[in-house]
Design a protein around this ligand. Structure first.
Ligand code: UDX
Ligand code: UDX
Length: 458
């Protein structure tokens, strides 16, 4: 069969994999190749054990793989075959040199751009799928168009707004798709080519076109705004704990104002994930570079509140467990940064587990999907941690349970049974406000939630 378009995606990660699987499923007339330098990851994509867990992903991959969706490590061939190249390699926070700890590390992106240039035999459209600092497209254009072989490259920005755990749903039914390009005739032509892909299933009014800088910046700004809502509600949660106000009631009352809205107002132990912190720090760094010190400080505070919320959680456990957890078994329920994913990047659980280990507690980690990643994240402390997928066994003999991820399964456990198996007095610290606190208190637990008055038996 003759395919209408040949599309390549470089980077088979959380973004590249699901995005290409959805494009392949929605556009059977396109041939989609996904390449990655990590051979093991590619093997996993070609097996029954996909490298990432995402509801609905496996079905899509099964339907499209080896029909119009192909995973391989042949970067060179992929580049030569394709007219459109999505780049979704990782852009982590820089760990060295200028901007360390804040700026985006663009080395993989730049390396990929150079690879595209060296293997290409014809002109191409290169799509920024990775989150990048505003104005990255200029650097890419300069690298790509610095060739003397008569090829021209258009760089288009098409940021990804999918959230993990709902990636397939978000891709199939997005609030909007954003596509930015240069406003030259060639730029607009490249932009339209990308619009055409999404128009196969996204209503035209939800496909937004803009200049390339607006598109790049919108991604950073969207994540900063989302994270800011969480830090805002978490800051108020601390005040609730002092004033007998209840954070869920407050969130509901303010969220019913249609100007504010109810979503993303769930108080928690803090936000995690690969994007929020990284993107805000990047925004802060960019603002500083443009001399916008006040703007930088404003957004920096969103990250500071989030760090504080996590350390507050540890302090709260300590203070309420008679100021010592040394030698006490503590069961942490949930390690993923949110429910329905095995991803643990920047998960508050990493920080909290470490804090409790430093206090010499006997930490038991339980999670239905994230224990493999947890083992890697806490490799340094391997000997001091017990990993136990079964929450009942994890809680046996424990002094306290801390809920760190909002997995549904934790809502329906038999807490009578758990209480009977624990050391007394037993404590529950609900870092996600998902449990029935009154009922737990009646069972006999001392219950501490985020932004609520504690329910204590002493
Ligand atoms: C994405 C985006 O790229 C990032 O900018 C955004 O902020 C978060 O989401 P993600 O898909 O989550 O990243 O990253 P990851 O799962 O690490 O996948 C990136 C893949 O690119 C990895 O599999 C890595 O092996 C691959 N890669 C990296 C290459 O194929 N070539 C390289 O040169 C570098
Ligand atoms: C986020 C953005 O939502 C997505 O648009 C972007 O493309 C990538 O970054 P993701 O990190 O996958 O997606 O998850 P998200 O659902 O946004 O949750 C991020 C963190 O915030 C999680 O740790 C979550 O538990 C926490 N959170 C979210 C809260 O604590 N309270 C809330 O009300 C919502």
């Amino acid at each position: 069969m003759e395919f209408e378009k040949n599309i390549l995606c470089i980077g088979a990660g959380y973004v590249g994999g699901p995005t290409m699987a959805v494009i392949a499923a929605k556009c059977p007339r396109y041939r989609i190749q996904v390449v990655d330098i990590d051979k093991e990851r590619i093997e996993a994509w070609n097996s029954d054990h996909l490298p990432i867990f995402e509801p609905g992903l496996h079905d899509l991959v099964r339907k499209t793989r080896d029909k119009n969706l192909f995973f391989s490590s042949e970067v060179q061939r992929g580049i030569q075959d394709s007219g459109i190249i999505f780049v979704s390699v990782n852009t982590p926070t820089k760990t060295f040199g200028q901007g360390a700890g804040r700026a985006a590390d663009l080395q993989y992106w730049e390396k990929t751009a150079r690879e595209i240039l060296s293997y290409s035999k014809s002109s191409k459209t290169v799509v920024e799928k990775s989150t990048l600092p505003v104005r990255t497209a200029t650097a890419m254009e300069r690298i790509l168009n610095g060739n003397t072989r008569g090829m021209s490259f258009e760089v288009v920005s098409n940021p990804e707004f999918l959230a993990e755990g709902t990636a397939i749903q978000d891709l199939e039914n997005p609030d909007r798709v954003l596509i930015g390009s240069r406003e030259t005739p060639e730029g607009i032509k490249a932009r339209k080519e990308i619009v055409e892909i999404y128009a196969n299933w996204v209503p035209r009014e939800r496909i937004i076109e803009s200049n390339v800088w607006s598109s790049e910046l919108s991604k950073l700004a969207a994540n900063a705004f989302l994270a800011q809502r969480i830090s805002s509600i978490n800051s108020i949660s601390a005040l609730c704990e002092r004033t007998e106000a209840d954070i869920d009631e407050v969130a509901y009352a303010i969220g019913m104002d249609s100007r504010i809205g109810l979503r993303f107002l769930k108080a928690s132990v803090g936000f995690g994930g690969s994007c929020f912190k990284k993107d805000i720090l990047n925004l802060v760094y960019i603002c500083e570079n443009y001399g916008l010190e006040k703007v930088a400080r404003y957004w920096q505070a969103v990250v500071e509140i989030n760090d504080w919320q996590q350390s507050r959680f540890i302090q709260n456990m300590l203070a309420n467990m008679f100021n010592t957890v040394a030698g006490k078994r503590l069961a942490l329920f949930g390690f993923a940064f949110k429910a329905n994913t095995g991803d643990t990047r920047e998960s508050p659980a990493i920080y909290i587990a470490q804090g409790l280990i430093e206090e010499r507690a006997q930490v038991v980690l339980s999670d239905p999907k994230a224990l493999e990643n947890a083992k890697k994240d806490l490799k340094k402390f391997e000997d001091q941690i017990i990993f136990e997928a079964d929450p009942y066994r994890a809680a046996e003999g424990a002094h306290a349970i801390a809920i760190l991820t909002e997995w549904d399964l934790y809502k329906t456990l038999d807490y009578d049974r758990i209480f009977d198996s624990m050391a007394q007095p037993s404590f529950i610290f609900d870092g996600r406000n998902i449990l029935d606190h009154k009922r737990l208190f009646e069972i006999g637990f001392n219950v501490f939630a985020i932004g609520k008055s504690p329910l204590k038996h002493f």
